[in-house]
Design a protein around this ligand. Structure first.
Ligand code: HEC
Length: 128
């Protein structure tokens, strides 16, 4: 195996792991309302699958998680910037959705501009 093929394999594994992580964060924090299928529950929880807002401006989607909205809880104390980036990257590309990923820096910058307090690592985390 050439070094290039090994590198490619590692890259694909890393990408697969990132995607699985976003999926796991979704299963733990979001699926109770929005459902594992992303279809939500009509009249109660909006579908994220095939949702044009979800596939639109990434900062507006991240703002919903950082501030909460209507019956949607505020995830800013529970999820780190990296978790929010990963779960939204998953949501924007799962179930036939076709929008690009977000990175943790983008979420961090938004958190700062919205004046949402920093994620308290370890304190409120529902990871693990
Ligand atoms: C307790 C139930 C609940 C949980 C848990 C929840 N949501 Fe929501 N979510 C809602 C509701 C209700 C709305 C609609 C809010 C409104 O009407 O403004 C919503 C709206 C949204 C929207 C905006 C959709 C649109 O079309 O405007 C996004 C994006 C979203 N949720 C993502 C998530 C993600 C990602 C998670 C997990 C980190 C999550 N939600 C967890 C209930 C929930």
């Amino acid at each position: 195996m050439s070094i290039r093929i090994i590198f490619l394999a590692l890259l694909l594994m890393a990408q697969g792991a990132a995607r699985a992580d976003g999926k796991a964060i979704f299963a733990r924090n979001c699926a109770a309302c929005h459902q594992a299928t992303g279809k939500g529950i009509p009249g109660a929880f909006p579908a994220l699958a095939g949702n044009s807002f979800v596939q639109g401006e990434s900062s507006q989607v991240a703002a919903v998680l950082l501030k909460g909205r209507g019956g949607m809880p505020d995830f800013s104390p529970a999820l780190s910037d990296a978790d929010i980036a990963e779960v939204l990257s998953f949501v924007r590309s799962a179930w036939g959705n076709q929008a690009g990923p977000l990175d943790a820096q983008e979420v961090a910058a938004l958190r700062e501009s919205l004046k949402v307090p920093a994620f308290a690592a370890g304190q409120m985390s529902n990871k693990h």
